[in-house]
Design a protein around this ligand. Structure first.
Ligand code: XMP
Length: 430
């Protein structure tokens, strides 16, 4: 194994990720593990050089203070503690901005080497995947999003044709998105890829459904059913690859921190389809996942794409989805993305898209009154998607986009720009 490892044990700190980043910024790989990790599990981690007991304000869970198994002190690793009064170790790190004590701990007490980089991370993960999977097969739902694409590229490098990717086109993808997934993974990376065009099936299930949560439930539920049907056709699959990343784990709740939101990459598969999970990115932050994708040779556009919701254009074709409005969303979104890229805004603006409401307004075409749809443009910036501000898009760029949408997109006679920050608006419309 290439990288040294510092293990952070979560004893209720709200700063675990800050500390992990701080250590990685010093060039040493660090992972966060639960406080009750067994001594056997801890010593099975590769290249452990030291342990940090990271206490804090969430130390009391269900009325009792969380504690480490005292046997961990007997393993022989250097141990340091932060805000953890029960600690048996002598050395304490007084505060997180204390770089000198941290550096002394890493490089003197633990004798760790600054050998954390993406190349080494990938080599280590490839070896760990090969050890876990052996000559067996892994199934992966490849949406084409950053996380599933990077995990696919990593698994292809590790086990090649033993990986079976399934790409389900639910008909709510952006223009040419499924084609690009097939092109990159089947033609360039030579992945074993099953492409399922389930557009008609999804549109059929969604017909007449206007409630956004109902739409989300149908899209999520149907996705699992299609994936399950494909999985049942295959034989000899023991593992399920997942693009879980560290923020997903935190948001789903840890032993000391409450859940923010649940994450189901391919959750909800039936009980009899039991797979062991392969999650090589689960200790990475989003920017590290992107760096990993670049190192694995994925195209820049795929790795640095803006966030795209799981229900896709389904929540941007407002109300009950109809084919004409879905096409208007898809075509206007493609124009917006093309013009933003031309103006250099694709690397500046965090998220930008179009929506089409389910009502018409009056306009003039060929000297006649016509009632047609409107396209609303949204372009926002944010750090964490919890709050967002509106990008001040250059007027000329907006005029050009408007002109193209009115000329090229059918059934549209009006273009608006959404000026609302979050809150009170959300980023998406539904
Ligand atoms: P909101 O609309 O809540 O969006 O301000 C915050 C971020 O989450 C994305 N989003 C979703 N992502 N499934 C997803 O995978 C969803 O149902 C969903 N709804 C919103 C949204 O695009 C934004 O980046």
């Amino acid at each position: 194994m290439k990288q040294d490892l510092i293990v952070i044990l979560d004893l209720g700190s709200t700063q675990n990720t800050v500390l992990a980043r701080q250590i990685r910024d010093l060039g040493v790989y660090s992972e966060i593990h639960p406080h009750d990790i067994s001594p056997e599990a801890l010593s099975a981690l590769p290249n452990v050089k030291g342990i940090i007991l990271n206490g804090g304000e969430n130390r009391i869970v269900d009325g009792a203070a969380v504690e480490v198994n005292p046997a961990l002190y007997e393993l022989g690793y250097p141990v340091i503690s932060i805000d953890y009064p029960q600690s048996k170790c002598q050395t304490r790190l007084p505060a997180l901005p204390d770089q000198d004590t941290l550096k002394k701990f890493l490089f003197e007490d633990c004798a760790a080497e600054a050998n954390w980089n993406m190349k080494n991370f990938i080599e280590d993960q490839v070896e760990l995947i090969r050890r876990q999977v052996g000559d067996r097969k892994v199934l992966l739902a490849l949406s084409g999003g950053v996380d599933s694409s990077v995990v696919a590229a990593m698994l292809i490098k590790a086990i090649g044709q033993q990986l079976v990717c399934v790409h389900v086109n639910h008909g709510l993808m952006r223009k040419n998105e499924s084609e690009s997934v097939v092109n990159v993974f089947r033609n360039e990376l030579h992945a074993n890829l099953i492409y399922v065009d389930a557009s008609e099936r999804f549109l059929g299930k969604l017909a007449g459904v206007a409630d956004p949560e109902q739409k989300r439930k149908i899209i999520g539920g149907e996705f699992i059913r299609v994936f399950e049907e494909e999985a049942r056709k295959l034989e000899g699959i023991d593992f399920l690859g997942q693009g879980t990343i560290y923020p997903d784990i935190i948001e789903s709740g840890t032993k000391t921190a409450k859940m923010v939101k649940s994450h189901h990459n391919v959750g909800g598969l039936p009980e009899d389809l039991k797979f062991e999970l392969v999650e090589p990115l689960k200790q990475l932050f989003k920017d590290e996942v992107r760096a990993c994708g670049v190192e694995l040779g994925l195209p820049h556009d795929m790795v640095y794409r803006q966030p795209f919701p799981g229900p896709g254009l389904g929540v941007r074709c407002l109300g009950a989805i109809t084919r004409d409005r879905l096409e208007a969303v898809r075509e206007s979104d493609a124009i917006l993305r093309e013009e933003f890229a031309r103006a250099g805004l694709d690397r500046k603006v965090w998220q930008y898209f179009t929506v089409v409401p389910d009502f018409k307004s009056v306009g003039m075409k060929n000297n006649a009154r016509v009632f047609e749809y409107m396209v609303i443009i949204r372009a926002i910036n944010t750090i964490d998607a919890m709050t967002a501000s509106v990008e001040k898009v250059d007027w000329d760029v907006l005029e050009k986009i408007t002109g193209r949408i009115l000329a090229e997109v059918e059934n549209v006679n009006r273009v608006c720009f959404d000026m609302s920050p979050k809150p009170p608006a959300t980023i998406e419309f539904e």
